[in-house]
Design a protein around this ligand. Structure first.
Ligand code: HEC
Length: 160
């Protein structure tokens, strides 16, 4: 039995015994910590890209310093080593509370390539974000696309 199917089997047992989904507190601590870390990392991406998106859409005034700060954060975040975020058994088929699809653990090279594509786009954005609204807008699109490309394949949709 693979470790993933063992965890799935364990999950079924718990579900039968309690008749309920896993509570986060019942998760293996390493699994729980990985899920918390990656979701927190994603929230930081979201926070910083939202600032740039609001400027790009004209909802707030373009501010070169603020744009450079947000782009610098995105670029820095995208270069962190994230390998400990993805412990075996922390996929959406094994536990509740995550939208990370099992395909992540089957396609490690492609996941890394998608993470690298984001790092590249974020570095390009960081190079121009403080240089003007038009420059920042043009470089923001590829960053959003890099986020979306990974979500498309590896993040479970909200509706199921
Ligand atoms: C290499 C793949 C990948 C890339 C690149 C990526 N994400 Fe994600 N993202 C995921 C996965 C997988 C999840 C689901 C994580 C979970 O629920 O455990 C996720 C979840 C999220 C969430 C929900 C977090 C939560 O609180 O549950 C947000 C917001 C998010 N991503 C934003 C972004 C943004 C913004 C970017 C680009 C700057 C980005 N992501 C880039 C894979 C990626």
């Amino acid at each position: 039995m693979t470790s993933i199917s063992r965890i799935v089997a364990a999950g079924l047992t718990v579900a039968v015994v309690t008749g309920a989904a896993f509570a986060a507190s019942h998760l293996d601590p390493i699994v729980a910590a990985g899920i918390t870390a990656r979701q927190s990392h994603m929230k930081l991406y979201q926070h910083n890209i939202a600032v740039l998106g609001a400027m790009a859409q004209g909802n707030i005034d373009y501010d070169a310093d603020a744009a450079a700060a947000a782009a610098g954060n995105l670029a820095a975040l995208s270069t962190l080593n994230q390998s400990t975020y993805w412990p075996l058994g922390s996929d959406s088929a094994s536990v509740e509370g995550t939208r990370a699809l099992p395909a992540i653990w089957e396609n490690g090279d492609d996941v890394m390539a998608k993470a690298a594509a984001l790092a590249e786009a974020a570095a390009a954005l960081n190079a121009v974000a403080g240089s003007g609204l038009a420059e920042m807008q043009a470089a923001l699109g590829p960053v959003g696309q890099a986020c979306g490309a990974c979500h498309q394949t590896y993040r479970k949709r909200d509706d199921g």
